[in-house]
Ligand binder design. Structure first.
Ligand code: SF4
Ligand code: SF4
Length: 468
């Protein structure tokens, strides 16, 4: 009541004393109030309870503070008005004035070919005491004890793993079963007659069609040596030298469901990963067959049947940067995507590599994935030179050790990453500031921690999933 009287008196008695500054403050207050109410509603719709409450409290605070400043005529209040205006003006200037720290970009040109036999999936598939096992650890004795220890874990999708869920693990197995059916379709006969195409037109057609089929973003690069595995490492093709001479690579991303990702490392994350490997694999197989129908060789690269390193291809095709967690960071969904690739000789127009310093700059300050990684696999340090490339590299043994105990592919790093927020106006306002200004990017790291928490909670699976 007392507060109401102050407002009423202020309103009636001091209308004449409202200054130009107060009018600006009133306008700023109203815009801010509307923005934070909008942010609270969007966060509620996104299932971000904590963020919704934080935004709501900010809106309530603005609802009280700004009218008080405008209508209560007191010297102390005037001082507060000036301080508030300076603070708001500074934030707006930091947001809109371009300001970019100099960041060395992660050029990959000097790296040699990667051998698929070195990745954890391949090493984990080696049967103890088989010839391949003996050969591999004779050449890589430093990896033997850690790999043997990981082999003793229950394993991915195993009934004895920590996050076992019969229903969701069975759903994941069903997706991988369907992917297996696609594996024999990645290559095929090329139509004998070659259809003449205009590179610009066919590039546009493929990009639009891939998006219609479900791709989020599509990019094209010339296929480089370092994109191609030197040797295959997975079952059925182990040790085969990769002979891939295509000129171009089409890389595309598909979105992973935000709610499923937020439940990582619980079972929905592996269900969603498997589903998106399937979606991206089906699009890649379809695109490759389409190109072969036009009379040009084409091969799809899908889960478990790759001859290329998809994140490196995607980076050169302009789809994103390689961030702290070692995954492709796309500008609008960060790491919350899966990638597939089609390589071909069809003449295409290529895109420019991403070379987006703001992502690297943000990762340098952020470290949220490292803080939340349950296996300490992600480095807190700045990028280091590895094989001639300045980059971050995760400890793949620690990460895979956790996966094979959890039974899922974890995804906690993907879940907490500030870039993983949905692609909508609220988050794109922040993304613009991060891209535009290094200083704003640093502030955004603190805002994200304050709003979503430094250690965001692992969300429960949706009710309909929870029947296991
Ligand atoms: S969580 Fe932060 S540091 Fe990690 S990848 Fe995302 S932006 Fe980069
Ligand atoms: S997937 Fe999990 S264990 Fe692996 S790096 Fe990310 S957070 Fe760490």
């Amino acid at each position: 009541m007392a507060l109401f009287r102050i407002f009423a008196n202020g309103l009636l008695m001091d209308m004449a004393n409202i200054t130009f500054l107060n009018i600006i403050l009133a306008g700023t207050g109203l815009i801010s109030l509307l923005f934070f109410v909008y942010a609270a509603i969007i966060s509620k719709l996104e299932g971000e309870r904590r963020a919704s409450i934080v935004f709501l409290w900010i809106a309530i605070a603005i609802g009280f503070v700004f009218p008080s400043i405008v209508f209560i005529n007191h010297p102390a209040i005037n001082v507060i008005s000036v301080i508030l205006m300076v603070a708001i003006a500074s934030l707006v200037l930091v947001y809109i004035i371009p300001n970019r720290a100099k960041i060395g970009l992660s050029k990959i040109v000097t790296i040699g070919k990667i051998d698929e036999r070195d990745i954890m999936f391949s090493r984990n598939e080696l049967e103890s005491d088989s010839d391949n096992y003996k050969d591999y650890y004779q050449s890589n004795p430093q990896r033997k004890s850690v790999d043997d220890k990981i082999k003793d874990n229950p394993g991915l999708l195993n009934a004895n793993s920590g996050n076992y869920d019969k229903i969701m693990f069975s759903s994941s197995r069903a997706s991988f079963f369907t992917i297996d059916a696609l594996k024999s379709k990645v290559n095929g006969d090329v139509c004998a007659s070659e259809t003449k195409v205009n590179p610009a037109d066919i590039t546009c057609y493929i990009k639009k069609w891939a998006k219609k089929l479900g791709a989020l973003d599509v990019g094209i690069t010339e296929l480089k040596d370092y994109h191609i595995y030197s040797h295959r490492g997975r079952k059925g093709n182990y040790g085969k030298k990769v002979e891939l001479n295509h000129k171009y690579a089409i890389a595309f991303t598909v979105e992973m469901d935000m709610y499923a990702v937020r439940s990582g490392p619980l079972a929905p994350i592996v269900m969603e990963s498997a589903q998106q490997y399937l979606e991206s694999g089906a699009i890649a197989v379809q695109l490759a067959e389409f190109i072969r129908q036009l009379g040009y060789p084409a091969r799809a690269h899908i889960d478990g049947n790759y001859e290329v390193v998809c994140p490196l291809v995607a980076k050169d095709a302009g789809l994103g940067e390689i961030g702290r967690m070692g995954l492709l960071m796309t500008p609008n969904l960060g790491p919350r995507v899966r990638i597939a690739v089609v390589t071909t000789d069809l003449p295409l127009n290529v895109d420019k590599p991403t070379n987006e310093p703001s992502i690297i700059d943000f990762c340098t300050t952020c470290k949220k994935c490292a803080i939340n990684c349950p296996s300490n696999a992600i480095s807190y340090n700045d990028r280091e030179e590895i094989n001639g490339v300045v980059r971050w590299q995760i400890n793949q043994e620690s990460c895979f050790d956790f996966w094979t105990k959890s039974g899922t592919d974890c995804g906690r790093c993907m879940s907490v990453c500030p870039y993983s927020h949905p692609d909508n106006l609220l988050h794109n306002i922040v993304r613009f500031g991060i891209k535009n200004s290094s200083i704003f990017g640093r502030l955004a790291v603190y805002f994200d921690d304050a709003i979503y928490g430094k250690n965001p909670t692992v969300k429960n699976p949706a009710d309909w999933m929870n029947i296991g």
